[in-house]
Design a protein around this ligand. Sequence first.
Ligand SMILES: *[C@@H]1O[C@H](CO)[C@@H](O)[C@H](O)[C@H]1NC(C)=O
Ligand SMILES: *[C@@H]1O[C@H](CO)[C@@H](O)[C@H](O)[C@H]1NC(C)=O
Ligand SMILES: *[C@@H]1O[C@H](CO)[C@@H](O)[C@H](O)[C@H]1NC(C)=O
Ligand SMILES: *[C@@H]1O[C@H](CO)[C@@H](O)[C@H](O)[C@H]1NC(C)=O
Ligand SMILES: *[C@@H]1O[C@H](CO)[C@@H](O)[C@H](O)[C@H]1NC(C)=O
Ligand SMILES: *[C@@H]1O[C@H](CO)[C@@H](O)[C@H](O)[C@H]1NC(C)=O
Length: 448
Amino acid sequence: MKWAKARWLGLILQVPAQMTLALSTEIPVYNGICSTTGVYNTSFTPANLPWNTYNYCNAPHVNAAHYEAPGDAPNATLIYLNAVIRHHKRTPDNLYPEEGELNQESWNCSNFLQFNHGGGTTHIFHETYSPPWHPFLIQIWNGTCDEGQLTYEGLQDAIHHGQDFWSVYAQKLGFLQSVNEEEIFVRTSVADRTYQVAGGVLTGMDPTMATKTFPVLTQPSVIDSIVPDYSCPNADNIRDAYQSVPAWNDHLQENANFQDQLCTMLGVTGNTAWTSWYDHFFDTFSSRTCHDHPLPCNASGACVTVEDAARVFAIGDWEYNYIWNTAENATTYSQLTFGVFIMELVHNFRLFRSGGETHKLRFYVGHDGSMIRLASLLGIGKVAPLRWPAMGSEIIMEVWKTTAGEQYVRIMHEGTPVPGLQWLVLDDFIDMLEAQIPANVFAACMGS
Ligand SMILES: *[C@@H]1O[C@H](CO)[C@@H](O)[C@H](O)[C@H]1NC(C)=O
Ligand SMILES: *[C@@H]1O[C@H](CO)[C@@H](O)[C@H](O)[C@H]1NC(C)=O
Ligand SMILES: *[C@@H]1O[C@H](CO)[C@@H](O)[C@H](O)[C@H]1NC(C)=O
Ligand SMILES: *[C@@H]1O[C@H](CO)[C@@H](O)[C@H](O)[C@H]1NC(C)=O
Ligand SMILES: *[C@@H]1O[C@H](CO)[C@@H](O)[C@H](O)[C@H]1NC(C)=O
Ligand SMILES: *[C@@H]1O[C@H](CO)[C@@H](O)[C@H](O)[C@H]1NC(C)=O
């Protein structure tokens, strides 16, 4: 069956907060949730928009054309870097129960090889295929991609990201000299897409890395702090509580008819993984629009519209900001679930301060859940509401040394210095991080 291709309006308007400003009629407002500019249908932000416009498909990041050394101390030199990014764009991480019916364009992942071999053995790679006789085909889309798989386009974005990073920290500032494991420490989650993005970024930094090996550090999945994946039942209870109050429930109620329509269309009625928040709708729509795929249509010909998607994106922004940033107890939740990663940052910066750090750069590749917690705990969400961390979203912590020998930290978020976090005394920055780590995180998470 041939479906009309639903085209996505790249520009929708979102401010993930209750609206207080007067709105012009063009600005969609969804029961108090409204929006500002954002791009959701291409990795390449159109030239008529500011370079650092929110782009869900490919976040803005530091690059030579727009980078400025700190104005606070003109002759300061860069002496240390920690960077954290989200992986780049991928197939949907969530599937409709009848995904095969609802997906009109096949997903093609035959355009880069998925290597995963034991050292010293054949360089095997795996290819996903769904044999036409498989009785469960209705549960997956047509094509050669698994769910949540980095796409070829996402890999290209990762390579560009590495090029831009290098254009600033090596070519412009002369800080990084070469891509090797002495200078650069890389850590990822255990998800394939984060390893693949790390490989893309390193190749962008130095094309000769394409044929080399490089170690990427991971933690055991059960205690991995970067997703984060360690168990924290007490945090789960805290979050459940603030997602059971009117401050949260009101937005579900106010958008209930809309959600019912989506559920009927997409076959997820009564499925709480879909109905308790808009996360899965957001993911399944944005993955499609970012890859220029049509929005889902069901077997009766009903399709998700561009307006539906815009509304979901606005609600998704609101939910992310509420859950990790503004809800009563959101800070406690973020501290418990990301305290272990913040400890890692504290270890890094203390080691650096004591003169024991041997790397110039520690580079992390994580997920949206990593970025939103880090942004919130660094206080970026006090400057402006946080939006859903885009693909390739980036937070960089730069350490500078002035001619007088003082050390300062500057935080860059999506390529731009964060107001209020542009020039922090290193000691104060470390104290600020430490203040986000609950005393005895293990007991605080697991204790009764
Ligand atoms: C994205 O949406 C904008 C606004 O509707 C449109 O002008 C543009 O052509 C779209 N881009 C792509 C790649 O589809
Ligand atoms: C920066 O260095 C230049 C050249 O050494 C010097 O003339 C200038 O006074 C310095 N500026 C500051 C603010 O230290
Ligand atoms: C998938 O992409 C590869 C590489 O670009 C191409 O050779 C192949 O024909 C594509 N497959 C489909 C089914 O479009
Ligand atoms: C799956 O996609 C391929 C390539 O686009 C197409 O040739 C094939 O007919 C599709 N299969 C189904 C069941 O839609
Ligand atoms: C926040 O935590 C406090 C202390 O545990 C609790 O009394 C309060 O009900 C919580 N607020 C929400 C909205 O869950
Ligand atoms: C498709 O969506 C429409 C509108 O929500 C709904 O009435 C219809 O039952 C759906 N069809 C299927 C096959 O799910």
